[in-house]
Design a protein around this ligand. Structure first.
Ligand SMILES: Nc1ncnc2c1ncn2[C@@H]1O[C@H](COP(=O)(O)OP(=O)(O)O)[C@@H](O)[C@H]1O
Ligand SMILES: [Mg+2]
Length: 459
């Protein structure tokens, strides 16, 4: 959370609101019309966020209209109940200023998160986008549009849940003034119809912004503004900025950001269906799950569960300290231990088939967590499936997989020691699935084991 300075205008820290029910702690942000504050509820000392209109608007001849529209924001927010939509706590008038009190989402907005951490992994970005997408579906079910979806209006809770905030533009908040002042849209995220005098808005308007948000999360680059695109400045395909973006995601982004709204998926559901199956969607295949457990709960410890009493603490330590090679070897050893194949030193297909789900998940979650979503079985599984892998041995898919995860370079399979044991490696490069840590002789074994492992339904 960042508090921005700004004494002199607006409310000051320590100031009470609504008969001292709320005490202001500081300012969180300031937009064209509104100011957002962090506050404390005197009754239970709980933190809340208070949004109000700028006091300079009090002297504006249109003030009554702004106040009514602002009340609409509160009303719309209170109508949309969903775990991924910020919850409204109260609405009141203080002095002459209307105020919305809402749930405080401890965490950062997606803009700040990407500024700080850089490009997100596809797994993490899709996790947020799907959650926000489900929230937007609820907004649309009420016959409303958000119209201002962008990274700054999505908060990420500490537990990796994404929450949609800022309904200030929903249903065309102050359209005349915002257009006149160019404040009612954000370049890059707003679709072309929002630039028009009489835009034809529908669900596809939010689809564009959602796709543009995904573009940003995966490239750390705001997309070319729609009005520029209309002037023949093309949108750079996201893949050119981040080569790790999968084909399916690239297609979904570009389709969602079609300039011609009739070419976009006409609803958020349809657009979400274009995205690849979420990894970490444990045990489910086919069908879209509304809430996807995040496979990379970065700040949370992974439960080191084992069905065979195997101790994963050393693996945890190695991964935490970025010792990727040792961690890979430890993974192989632990997998052999779980399967009771330490002596033989390799896993058969049936061992992988019978490999306990709990252990598979523990190992996977550790890799996903410490690599920020870059490595892990579930990451490899997503890549494998995106290439059409089903578990059946298929040389073409296997080679394509090798190319994608960087196990094969210039049509040659790499020796184990030539793998990249650092986070610059391709997505899915590690772990080597506990399969054949030896030279190239183990390749066929890896190939068979890989198909079996990556087609497991519980991965
Ligand atoms: N409920 C909330 N919990 C935590 N931070 C919030 C919350 N609402 C807003 N913020 C922070 O304040 C910023 C501005 O709030 P927002 O409602 O988007 O107003 P604006 O109209 O100024 O864009 C957001 O980008 C976010 O960083
Ligand atoms: Mg905002």
């Amino acid at each position: 959370m960042i508090l921005v300075g700004g004494e002199g205008n607006g409310l000051d820290a320590g100031q009470g609101l609504n008969g001292d029910r709320y005490i202001i702690e500081g300012k969180l942000g300031e937009g064209g019309f509104g100011v957002t504050y962090l506050a404390q509820k005197a009754q239970n000392r709980q933190r809340v966020v208070i949004k109000t209109l700028k006091d300079e608007l009090l002297s504006d001849p249109n003030f009554a209209r702004y106040r009514d529209r602002f009340r609409d924001e509160a009303l719309l927010l209170s109508l949309c109940k969903h775990p991924n939509i910020v919850q409204i706590d109260n609405y009141f008038i203080d002095g002459d200023l209307p105020c919305i009190a809402m749930e405080y989402v401890a965490g950062e907005d997606l803009w700040k998160l990407v500024e700080k951490r850089g490009i997100l992994s596809e797994t993490e970005a899709l996790n947020y986008i799907r959650k926000v997408g489900e929230a937007v579906i609820v907004v649309h079910e009420k016959g409303l549009l958000h119209r201002d979806i962008k990274p700054q209006n999505i908060m990420v809770r500490d537990n990796q849940d994404a929450v949609l905030i800022d309904f200030g533009l929903a249903r065309g908040f102050i359209p005349d003034r915002t257009q006149q002042m160019s404040l009612g849209l954000t370049h890059g995220f707003a679709p072309p119809e929002q630039y028009g005098e009489i835009g034809r808005f529908a669900e596809y308007t939010d689809v564009y912004a959602l796709a543009a948000t995904l573009y940003y999360l995966l490239t750390k680059t705001p997309p070319t503004a729609a009005f520029m695109r209309a002037l023949n400045h093309p949108l750079k395909p996201p893949f050119q900025i981040n080569p790790n973006i999968s084909d399916a995601v690239q297609r979904a982004i570009l389709k969602g950001m079609e300039m011609d709204e009739t070419k976009r998926p006409q609803s958020v559901e349809k657009w979400l269906a274009m995205l690849p199956q979420a990894t970490g969607n444990w045990g489910q295949r086919g069908g879209v799950s509304p809430t996807i457990p995040s496979p990379q709960p970065a700040p949370q410890p992974v439960n080191l569960i084992s069905a065979k009493g195997v101790d994963y603490r050393q693996l945890d330590r190695l991964l935490a300290s970025g010792k990727w090679k040792e961690a890979d070897e430890e993974t192989a050893n632990k997998m052999l231990e779980v399967a009771g194949r330490t002596e033989e030193g390799w896993l058969r297909s049936e061992d992988i088939d019978r490999f306990p789900c709990a252990d598979l998940r523990t190992i996977d979650q550790l890799w996903v967590k410490y690599s920020n979503g870059r490595f892990g079985f579930s990451v490899q599984k997503r890549i494998y499936e995106s290439l059409g892998g089903t578990g059946k041995d298929d040389e073409k898919i296997w080679k394509a997989f090798g190319d994608r995860v960087g196990w094969r370079v210039n049509k040659e399979w790499l020796y184990y020691n030539d793998l990249k044991f650092n986070t610059k490696a391709q997505e899915g490069h590690l772990p080597r699935m506990g399969l054949g840590v030896g030279g190239r002789f183990g390749l066929l074994r890896i190939r068979c084991g890989c198909g079996t492992l990556l087609s497991r339904r519980d991965l």
